[in-house]
Design a protein around this ligand. Structure first.
Ligand code: ADP
Ligand code: MG
Length: 728
């Protein structure tokens, strides 16, 4: 029987592209059909109930019991009419995936018959057994209760699968004692802090603004690999990345993939998941090839941030499920292949008001510009103040491979503003505030005119982790597999906190008799000066920047265990308590969970590496070596001289060298792992895994990859990079 690799290669050659039918050629015909959105609620609810739920959605007001009963009934009627038989609370535990617990609408009654039942209580709150989700010690197993509660700002939807349809209700997940066990609850708290702080500051400019939230557009990068090839790679299967593999002769050096034509098989897959996503109301808009071979990207139009994140989580689920139909595996790992680009999830973030204003969009009049500058400068000031916390928010074992690699943002947080806005800030910083009254009675504050062409600004810097792109910031350091909430909770929290400080400082000046606009400008000037070091317009991938950043005192923490320190530093604790986002226990619990996940993932990688070396790689190398030995022996028997098997002898020798190297290094690595496992403290353990165990990975890989180049191709067991990356 041929090896799994060749079976897989054969399977790839006989792939038939599945036919993808879209419900209609017009997207508007099917966009959101599987979502119980406002429009459908209006049809199914009484006027009063609709108004009430509307307030819960838009203003975050609690849902009244009678209303929740009505909404539940309506939701059930809608879902059952669409063929749903089950419902689930859909939530985002700290495992990084999404979780569901399905219940049937069906409920037996006392008289033995059955009714289809779904109550308001079941809609609003549920109690899944939480003991097997990570809680960082918040929930002892004896009180293994966690609650999920509906968050009406994200609508219910129907998930379709081959075996049926399920009504999914997006919820937060909290412990019995009310502490957050998920990603959504803290995000909602951060948004509420931002809302309050930003509305207060908006009061200086526009009293009609009563609600502020953040908008988010998430670009999602991913790799595709044939499912059979994926299944023939235990490392990919178990860790999401290749632990071995020699880079194919052709990589991305020709730069021929980016925006190239999309292969037909991939196109069918994209069309399929896009259709399902559109039905779920995910406004997918763009798709294209990315830089690396077999790497792609999709992006929806931005939405309110909480919804955008739910949609991204849902999208990742869909992409994974639908890939199977096409015999693909979608790789969301940040660095599935060494030697070519990794994947990120660019988070395009901005602040928007209930009046429809984007607070990060420069205005036409000086007054509007002052408002824009206020939010713009405060954001920069917040990023400067809390760059370490932002850095920590995007760190994970998988993103560590990507940050600071030559294609990804460095581990140094900086902001890129573009030359025009940099000039504006410089001018504001150095200008003398003029208090002359202009003829229109407004103050002329010496704010330079902000050019209106920012939006099609070609002055883009793709090497910056946090770049301003016309009317939003793009946080590029977020990893492709991450739940964006982690980073967005931090970003919204630090901006909220900064705005509170700003308001206090401005009010103080006003109290002292300063004119409002002048007070604002004085504080902004101070912030511009204070936060200058975080601004960088040059090449973020360059070595010079690392040096310069160091001289500016910016931190450059390259690995997760150390990046996480800031999460429980006193400064952070105070920030989170002040803003009401996390309490002490929650912050510590999260820290533990992240640290644990870090070393556990490395532990798995180290195990798989050892296992593959011992039971797959070495046997393949030995078997090929035996063949050579036999050949040499035969040549000798024939009376041939040593010259005739000189080449074979060299290969035999090289094989032995590499085999010995990997064998002894794997043995040593196992010993180090045992030592690391004995460490009690989770930080010590993570650091031991990171700084000792992990250092064996690259040398072992190097020698395995040498073996890959030596061993007879017909006998090499693992699919090669060229096969995974170039066979379409
Ligand atoms: P690029 O690759 O050039 O950065 P894309 O078009 O791929 O641009 O993605 C840009 C993302 O930013 C899209 O999701 C878009 O909807 C989003 N976006 C645009 N304006 C805003 C905004 N004001 N707030 C948040 N996101 C925005
Ligand atoms: Mg982008």
């Amino acid at each position: 029987m041929s090896s799994l690799r060749f079976q897989a290669l054969n399977a790839v050659l006989s792939r038939v592209i599945p036919e993808v039918k879209t419900p209609s050629s017009k997207i508007s015909d099917f966009f959101g059909v599987n979502v119980f959105d406002k429009k459908k609620m209006k049809d199914f609810l009484s006027k009063e109930a609709f108004l009430s739920i509307n307030n819960s959605i838009d203003l975050g007001e609690p849902l009244h019991r009678e209303v929740s009963e009505q909404v539940a009934t309506a939701m059930k009627a809608w879902a059952m009419a669409k063929g749903a038989t089950h419902y689930t609370h859909w939530f985002q535990p700290l495992t990084g995936t999404t979780a569901e617990k399905h219940d049937s609408f069906f409920e037996p009654t006392v008289d033995g018959s059955a009714i289809e039942h779904f109550s308001g209580d079941a809609l609003v709150q549920q109690e899944p057994d939480a003991s097997s989700f990570p809680s960082g010690g918040i929930r002892n197993t004896f009180e293994a209760r966690g609650y999920t509660a509906w968050d009406p700002s994200s609508p219910a939807f129907i998930m379709e699968s081959k075996s049926g349809k399920t009504l999914c209700i997006p919820t937060v997940f909290v412990s019995y004692t009310g502490e957050a066990l998920d990603y959504k609850a803290p995000l909602l708290k951060a948004l509420s802090a931002l809302d309050k702080a930003a509305v207060d500051v908006c009061g200086y400019f526009d009293k009609s603004i009563t609600k502020v939230t953040a908008s988010l557009g998430i670009e999602q990068e991913y790799f595709l690999v044939d499912l059979a090839l994926y299944n023939a790679r235990p490392d990919l299967l178990m860790t999401g990345r290749t632990l071995f593999g020699h880079m194919s002769a052709k990589g991305q050096q020709l730069e021929d993939h980016y925006f190239g034509t999309i292969p037909e098989r991939v196109y069918a897959y994209m069309l399929d998941f896009e259709t399902e996503a559109l039905k779920l109301g995910i406004p997918l808009k763009t798709r294209h090839n990315e830089v690396a071979p077999s790497q792609f990207e999709c992006a929806p139009i931005y939405e309110e941030i909480n919804l955008a994140i739910d949609h991204n989580q849902l999208l990742m689920d869909l992409m994974d499920k639908i890939a199977k139909r096409h015999n693909f595996k979608v790789l969301l790992h940040e660095k599935p292949y060494a030697g070519i680009n990794g994947s990120g999830k660019h988070n395009n973030w901005s602040i928007i008001t209930n009046t429809g204003k984007n607070l990060l969009s420069p205005g036409k009049t000086p007054k509007n510009n002052l408002m824009f500058l206020t939010f713009f400068v405060n954001t920069i000031r917040a990023v400067y103040e809390h760059s370490d916390l932002l850095r920590s928010s995007i760190s994970s074992v998988s993103n560590d491979h990507r940050l600071g690699a030559n294609e990804a943002p460095p581990a140094i947080i900086s902001t890129f503003l573009g030359s025009q806005l940099s000039d504006v800030l410089d001018e504001v910083e150095t200008s003398r505030i003029s208090k002359k009254i202009k003829e229109d009675n407004s103050l002329w504050l010496g704010i330079p005119k902000i050019p209106q062409i920012l939006l099609d600004n070609t002055d883009r810097n793709r090497t910056s982790p946090f770049a301003f792109t016309g009317n939003k910031f793009e946080f590029r350091a977020v990893g492709s597999s991450a739940n964006s909430s982690a980073a967005m909770t931090v970003l919204n929290t630090i901006v909220a906190d900064q705005l509170v400080k700003f308001k206090a400082e401005v009010d103080k000046l006003i109290k002292k008799g300063e004119k409002k606009d002048i007070a604002i400008l004085i504080i902004l000037k101070k912030y511009i000066k204070e936060s200058k070091d975080i601004r960088f317009e040059g090449n973020g991938y360059s070595e010079e920047w690392e040096k310069e950043a160091e001289s500016r005192g910016l931190s450059n923490i390259k690995t997760t265990p150390k990046a996480l320190d800031i999460d429980i530093a006193e400064k952070t604790m105070q920030l989170f308590e002040r803003t009401g986002v996390f309490n002490h226990r929650e912050a510590h619990a999260r820290y533990e969970i992240r640290m644990e996940s870090f070393y556990k993932k490395l532990q798995i990688e180290a195990r798989i590496m050892g296992e593959l070396v011992n039971s797959v790689i070495i046997p393949a190398a030995i078997s090929y070596q035996s063949k050579l030995v036999e050949n040499v022996r035969g040549l000798k028997d024939l009376g041939m001289n040593a010259d005739s098997y000189k080449g074979q002898m060299e290969i035999i020798n090289d094989l032995s060298k590499h085999i010995n190297f990997i064998k002894s290094n794997v043995d040593e690595m196992i010993e180090e792992r045992k030592k690391a496992n004995k460490l009690e403290d989770v930080r010590d353990k993570s650091i031991a895994y990171d700084e000792i165990v992990k250092t064996y990975f690259d040398p072992i890989r190097y020698h395995v990859d040498k073996l890959e180049q030596l061993v007879d191709d017909a006998q090499w067991p693992l699919p090669k990079f060229r096969e995974m990356l170039f066979i379409k």
